[in-house]
Design a protein around this ligand. Structure first.
Ligand SMILES: [Zn+2]
Length: 221
């Protein structure tokens, strides 16, 4: 899935993609709304649903980019209501738990372009910790390290900001290559990496963010 979508993304870098976020938690910091993901959050760029794939195929064969994007947006958002990020705090009571909403936000900055990955356990993908004996995964007894994406985006809309993290699949689609290819491409000089440069220009683009609030998201940590 990631490979095909990575190719698709190359054609779409800087264009309007669909980002789906579930199970976010909200925080308020210095009067600004922030959305935070947790272990159970899912973030999906161009979510894998049948309608989407059908349109995606059409897109790649017909190259009717503008039209397809419009159709994608209509399909994915036809049952969702547009909100503002501020509504999550100020009009929280008017939003339904579990319902899908969307907001149009700008990716203001990608925080960790230089190090968008973490030391992950090959078995369970959790973060591994370094010990005197090597590495240790808290769930697996015998951990092998691999790199996995953890890309932090700052999203703004009006006075509200949201911080979101794209993990492996979503980040692969967003960046357009595997984490190992990214690391390799930036190893000597990150500015010489096409993917790194794309991440610099990808910011300040607008995206539609699909959002689902649940009971947990009402608790401020
Ligand atoms: Zn593990």
């Amino acid at each position: 899935m990631a490979i095909n979508e990575g190719g698709l993304l190359e054609n779409q870098v800087g264009e309007r993609l669909i980002v789906a976020i579930t199970d976010v938690q909200k925080k308020e910091f210095q009067g600004k709304v922030q959305l935070h993901t947790s272990d159970i959050s899912t973030i999906d760029i161009n979510p894998a649903c049948q309608q989407f794939h059908k349109l995606q195929k059409w897109f790649t064969t017909k190259k009717q980019k503008g039209l397809i994007e419009e159709l994608l947006i209509i399909k994915m958002f036809e049952n969702t209501q547009k909100i503002n990020l501020e509504d999550v705090i100020q009009n929280r009571q008017s939003l339904k738990e579990g319902a899908l909403y969307y907001f149009i936000g700008t990716v203001d900055m990608i925080e960790n372009k230089s190090k968008p990955s973490y030391d992950a356990c090959q078995n369970c993908t959790r973060s591994v910790i370094q010990t005197n004996d090597g590495v240790e995964c808290k769930s697996c007894s015998d951990a092998q390290i691999v790199q996995r994406y953890r890309l932090t985006l700052n999203i703004i809309q009006g006075t509200a900001t949201a911080t979101d993290t794209l993990f492996e699949d979503a980040a692969t689609v967003y960046i357009g290559c595997s984490v190992n290819d990214y690391i390799q491409s930036t190893a000597e000089d990150e500015k010489s990496s096409k993917y790194f440069r794309d991440l610099e220009t990808i910011s300040n683009k607008q995206y539609k963010f699909l959002i689902q609030l649940d009971e947990k998201s009402t608790n401020t940590r």
